[in-house]
Design a binder for this molecule. Structure first.
Ligand code: LLP
Length: 423
């Protein structure tokens, strides 16, 4: 019972899940997602400022997930017409949606205005001009934030403050005149209402100094704009980027700690700079769903080459591109041999025709055999959402497990699905 208990998710054993739904299978611990959402909502609060937590749906989205986000009272960050369509399908309140992106198409801007999306996060001058024009044409009002690049960049274990004027996102604060001109254009519109600045400094960040530096920069910049343009900056959005635990190398800042740190810093900066700040916003994606998700694979063939043992599984880079794309590291367990000693060091590799299709290098495993079930942890963010059909692999099914019950929320793709678009 002991191990079966550990190797179950939401009270449902992985063995049972594999028998019912097949593999590869994405399994989410629903209660864990709910805990994370609630925790951000509970701790990102202030006596002095309004606060808003917008889940970044690019990390993973589907209607079932958005129901949880909605139930927790969170807002939503979307970056495309597709993500907005999903939000609409889930009945997500449009006024709680932030629409991001550096190259929103005219069709997307139209969709934003027609659907009453709450806030657009503007990226550049051309976009601002087009939105001002379209909003007037359609006689639709819209709130906007402007994405600025604060020159603070955070990497996993460090942060750097550099003049990084060339990021594709937003406008670098060093280019003040461009920002001022854009804001003046927005100010001249009857329909487009400037609400404040947005920044996002990176993802999988463990260093709170990076966020504090971002806050300081945003606050000082907001002050200088308020003074120069006599334009209040009521909102500041800090973006997302809070780290998750993948391997023992990772030390995420607990939600409670990072939230209170951010809130305190914003309160202090608002006071110090005498800002007209009313609301602060964060956009966690990974930190909500990463740890709640795991991928269950079936082991196929194994082989030992001159210097390397391979354990092959029935998925790979098509359902999780992160190891190949970012050299991301993961942990795994063999569910069906959980009590066996880990005597084997092997590379867990996928089934795609690509040498880089490696999921975990040098994993410590028991002596596995074909048919064993391997569970890879922390695959809940940017796994399914970045999945492809490379080699025409159908995308896995996704289940939510809670209180001993599993619920299929996305069915497994079929070969027929893969032909769906062909004429
Ligand atoms: N807000 C904005 C404007 C963003 O660009 C992002 C992520 C987020 C929020 C959410 O960040 P998070 O809390 O999830 O770190 N595919 C990469 C991650 C790309 C993140 C892109 N932007 C990965 O798999 O590591």
């Amino acid at each position: 019972m002991g191990t079966e208990h550990i190797l179950s998710i939401g009270g449902v054993s992985c063995r049972e899940l594999a028998e019912t739904y097949g593999t590869p299978l994405m399994i989410y611990d629903q209660a864990e997602i709910e805990r994370k959402l609630t925790s951000f909502r509970k701790h990102f609060v202030s006596d002095k400022l309004q606060t808003e937590v917008a889940y970044a749906s690019k990390a993973f989205t589907c209607k079932a997930l958005l129901q949880l986000v909605k139930a927790a009272g969170c807002s939503l960050d979307v970056v495309s017409g597709g993500e907005l369509h999903c939000a609409r399908g889930a009945g997500f309140p449009m006024e709680k949606v932030f629409f991001h992106g550096n190259n929103k198409t005219p069709a997307e801007l139209s969709m934003i205005l027609e659907n009453g999306v709450g806030t657009v996060v503007l990226d550049n001058e051309m976009e601002a001009a087009l939105l001002v024009e379209m909003a007037a044409e359609k006689q639709k009002e819209i709130d906007v934030l402007l994405r600025i690049n604060p020159g603070v960049e955070a990497h996993t274990h460090q942060y750097i403050i550099t003049a990084n004027p060339d990021s594709k996102f937003g406008i670098y604060i060093g280019e003040r005149q461009r920002i001022v001109d854009l804001l003046k254009l927005v100010q001249s519109s009857k329909f487009v209402h400037f609400k404040g600045f947005h920044a996002h400094i990176g993802s999988q960040i463990f260093d709170s100094q990076a966020f504090l530096s971002e806050i300081r920069t945003l606050a000082e910049f907001s002050k200088s704009i308020e003074t120069e343009l006599d334009l209040p900056v009521p909102f500041i959005s800090l973006g997302g980027g809070f780290g998750a635990y993948y391997t023992e190398e990772d030390q995420p800042i607990p939600v409670e700690e990072i939230c209170s740190l951010l809130v305190k810093a914003c309160e202090e900066e608002a006071e110090k700079n005498a800002l007209s700040l009313q609301k602060i916003i964060i956009e966690p994606g990974r930190s909500i769903v990463a740890e709640a998700g795991s991928t269950l694979y079936t082991v196929g063939f194994c082989k030992s080459n001159a210097n390397k043992n391979y354990v092959f599984v029935d998925g790979g880079m098509a359902d999780n591109i992160r190891p190949a794309l970012y050299q991301a590291k993961y942990r795994c367990d063999v569910v069906t041999k959980a009590d066996a000693p880990k005597t084997l060091t092997a590379t867990v590799a996928g089934k795609c025709c690509e040498s880089g299709d490696i999921l975990i290098e040098n994993a410590s495993l028991p002596a596995v055999e074909p048919g064993d079930l391997l569970l890879m942890y922390t695959t809940g963010a940017y796994g399914y959402s970045m999945a492809s059909n490379y080699n025409r692999l159908p995308r896995p099914a996704v289940v939510f497990a809670k209180d001993g019950q599993a619920k299929l929320v996305i069915r497994r793709e079929t070969f027929e699905d893969l032909e769906h678009l062909e004429l």
